[in-house]
Write a protein that binds this ligand. Structure first.
Ligand code: ATP
Ligand code: MG
Length: 310
């Protein structure tokens, strides 16, 4: 079936209003999303702010309710399982965007990193200390720093503490929600490369959430592109970057800053073409509500949101 499979996931949030605080409408944060993650690969979820990326990630591990749809992990349904101690919560960990606020500032490194261990394993103080030191070493931090507090580390180092915490229970899947967005550009590449390095070593599958297509390109094998709670396109990295089909994807790809000076002219032209295509053909790609259509396959792996015919 698949390692992680999401079927027609919907997460709607009520909008309250009026005199009695009744539900007057819903935010359709995730509105019918389906995809499958392959074991050992990196799946990227990309889209602009508010497109529903985090809500999708959080719904998978039960941090958001699920309005409808199904989530399967290793062929077991885990839809809406919220218990922190359920089995799969050991196997699926999440890394968050902001290493400043996701780590409790009052806790020492040893307690932060050992916290997930304490939920699932009975270790003596000594065993725990050794495990935490091994984990710090693994993420490239000084194992002697177990008694320090988060504020004594740089942003990049703090995100490494977050990673040490996430890998403490030897998870199979890590959902990384904008793991480097809060970091200086110079540190981003270090943390991303480090995540790649440990992927094979620890046999990890990543689901990588980012609004930055450059980061996604660097990391991902398969990519899903979200817009207003729906998918506009899905494909391998090559299909998305070399042969984008949906106008929204084309715009995202065209907006990646040019790194290669030889391609600058080419990209400038592509950008101009895409912008004029967007003006002219918006209605071919979005319905009356400005939402994406259902996905249609154009190859085994490449799917594009297009209206029923043409
Ligand atoms: N708990 C909530 N209650 C009500 N609305 C919510 C809630 N969480 C998210 N939303 C709304 O759902 C939509 C999707 O939000 P989400 O955080 O998933 O977007 P995102 O793609 O992760 O954006 P960003 O790139 O800014 O992180 C937004 O309109 C947001 O305001
Ligand atoms: Mg988000």
């Amino acid at each position: 079936m698949g390692f992680l499979k999401i079927e027609d996931l919907k997460v709607h949030f009520p909008i309250k209003g009026g005199l009695f605080g009744r539900t007057i409408d819903h935010v359709r944060a995730v509105d019918g999303v389906s995809f499958t993650l392959e074991k050992g690969k990196t799946y990227g979820l990309v889209g602009e702010s508010g497109s529903g990326k985090s809500t999708t990630g959080r719904a998978i591990i039960g941090l958001n309710h699920v309005t409808s749809g199904k989530v399967y992990f290793e062929d077991k349904e885990i839809t809406g399982v919220t218990k922190a101690k359920s089995d799969f919560r050991k196997d699926i960990q999440m890394i968050f965007q902001d290493p400043y606020s996701s780590l409790n500032p009052k806790k020492r490194v040893i307690d932060l990193v050992a916290e997930p261990l304490r939920n699932f394993e009975k270790l003596s103080r000594k065993e725990e200390r050794i495990r935490v030191q091994e984990l710090l070493e693994l993420v490239g931090l000084n194992p002697e720093s177990i008694l320090k507090y988060p504020h004594e580390f740089s942003g990049g180092q703090r995100q490494r503490i977050g990673i040490a915490r996430a890998v403490a229970l030897k998870p199979k899947l890590i959902i990384a929600d904008e793991p480097v967005s809060a970091l200086d550009v110079s540190v981003q590449a270090q943390v991303l490369n480090f995540m790649k390095e440990i992927q094979d070593e620890l046999d990890l599958t990543y689901m990588f959430i980012s609004h930055d297509l450059g980061v996604i390109k660097h990391m991902c094998d398969h990519i899903g592109i979200m817009y207003k709670g729906r998918y506009v396109e899905e494909g391998t990295a090559k299909e998305i970057f070399d042969n984008p089909q949906h106008i929204y994807t084309k715009r995202l790809v065209a907006a990646i800053p040019d790194i290669d000076p030889r391609k600058r002219e080419e990209m400038k032209q592509f950008r101009a073409e895409v912008n004029s295509e967007y003006e002219q053909s918006y209605n071919d790609y979005f319905n009356e509500e400005g939402l994406a259509y259902g996905l249609k396959p154009i190859t085994d792996t490449h799917l594009v949101a297009l209206p029923e015919k043409g």
